[in-house]
Design a protein around this ligand. Structure first.
Ligand code: GUN
Ligand code: FE
Length: 436
């Protein structure tokens, strides 16, 4: 059993985007019988310390313990694609992303990139991610092994893409691609803190047979995740209409294949219609909002008002390498900017607590992992960040002059980068220290 004393930021109800801040708090963690370190208690130091005498306690005066960030959609094989300029999504895939991803058939290369990627995530305070691998089984084995070594809670899957993709990345045998998916589920899903996601890349690069095969596997394994892309870009949507004339909408292609359900996470969801949003809400599917990617690729703007009206649940994602940063602060800042810009009608000003929630407890809820990650409530796994609001001269000046929690959080969202993450703690162990 261990104690951690600092100021604390958390969400008293994981489902509600209202944060609580305790200026002198204590977090108590302990390793439980299953080997996982979980939070046992959280509250004011003066109340809790008396109940836990002789608790070995790390004290961080002036710093703030907050939940580890959860990234709902990211591609580890695109770490070295970030910032590749292109005239929109489809040329970007063709000229940069697809050629680059071919390299992940090499296990040594996949291990090297996985290791760098996971360390980079932790340096930025991200402790759980729903992550794309590539079409190569080796890319999943490498990522899972590196995540396991770091004791991280990570979810990934082999990308399914059996058409409109180059040699070396395309599944040349659809049945084999589905067999590999099942094999990888059996090898990795539920091992330590790892989870598997059935991962059709997007409708244009899968045959109807591959999509339906993926849907059948999903039915067989109800607690694995499903991840894909939907309604990101106008040229992409036009292409889907040509390829699947019988579908009512782009989203409907996935629905008909049995790929829309609880634990399915769809990146972007920009150009959904009302029926799509209601359908996702009805089945418990969720949206991974990826604002830095949408701005970089010129894809469009996620519609927060329409999503809230339909009850569509969502959380934040970097979408590296269409996205431009691993930093949750950059992503939250971009989400704020996007919400302000809703085209053709007044935008909304997302509250900083709501932005923070979308990248922690809200993202965890979208993954069906609320109460497990993304928060500091008792029972949550002990993955957290330690913020240093004095990390830079500008941050120190700015945060010192804030009067409310909202102002303080906004200052960090707008000015923060990885220097603000003094420590990242995974399973009760400090794994990343950013020296000021
Ligand atoms: N749609 C299909 N593949 C991708 C990808 O790798 N990134 C993004 N942003 N969209 C996609
Ligand atoms: Fe993506």
């Amino acid at each position: 059993t261990q104690g951690w004393r600092a100021s604390l930021l958390w969400f008293p109800d994981s489902q509600i985007p209202q944060a609580r801040h305790e200026s002198d708090g204590l977090l108590v963690t302990a390793r439980e019988a299953d080997g996982i370190v979980r939070i046992q208690a959280i509250g004011p130091y003066r109340d809790l310390a008396a109940q836990h005498p002789d608790l070995p306690t790390t004290h961080w005066p002036g710093l703030c313990i907050a939940p580890g960030f959860v990234d709902l959609h990211i591609h580890y094989p695109q770490t070295d694609v970030i910032g590749s300029p292109a005239d929109g999504l489809l040329p970007w895939l063709e000229h940069y992303t697809f050629p680059h991803e071919k390299q992940f058939s090499d296990p040594a290369y996949a291990h090297e990139v996985s290791a760098f990627f996971l360390d980079e995530l932790m340096r930025h305070g991200v402790t759980t991610a729903l992550c794309f691998a590539t079409a190569h089984s080796e890319s999943v084995d490498a990522f899972m092994a590196e995540a396991q070594k770091r004791r991280l809670r990570m979810v990934t899957g082999k990308v399914l893409q059996d058409r409109h993709s180059p040699d070396g990345l395309r599944d040349t045998d659809t049945a084999l691609s589905l067999h590999q998916t099942e094999e990888l589920i059996r090898r990795w899903h539920g091992v330590d803190r790892l989870g598997y996601a059935i991962t059709p890349r997007f409708a244009p690069t899968s045959s109807d047979a591959q999509l339906h095969g993926a849907g059948e596997i999903a039915q067989q394994f109800p607690d694995v995740w499903i991840q894909s892309h939907v309604a990101e870009n106008v040229d992409e949507i036009r292409w889907v209409q040509e390829l699947f004339p019988q579908a009512r909408s782009y989203l409907d292609v996935y629905d008909r294949a049995g790929l829309l359900r609880q634990r399915s996470v769809y990146a972007h969801c920009i150009y959904l219609d009302e029926a799509d949003r209601h359908r996702m809400a009805e089945v418990g599917a969720t949206a991974a909002v990826s604002p830095t990617s949408n701005l970089f690729l010129g894809s469009g703007f996620f519609d927060y008002l329409a999503s809230d009206a339909a009850g569509l649940r969502y959380g934040l994602a970097s979408d590296v390498g269409g996205g431009t940063s691993f930093s949750p602060f950059q992503t939250m800042h971009a989400a704020y900017t996007v919400a302000r810009q809703n085209v053709g009608r007044p935008g909304i000003s997302l509250a900083p607590e709501h932005l923070w929630w979308q990248h922690t407890a809200g993202a965890a809820a979208a993954l069906d992992l609320d109460g497990q990650v993304g928060n500091l409530l008792p029972g949550c796994e002990a993955d957290f960040v330690v913020l240093n609001p004095n990390a830079t001269a500008l941050l120190a000046r700015r945060t010192a002059q804030t009067e409310t929690l909202a102002e303080w959080l906004f200052a960090m969202i707008v000015l923060g980068d990885e220097r603000l993450i003094a420590h990242t703690v995974v399973q009760g162990q400090s794994v990343s220290d950013n020296k000021p």
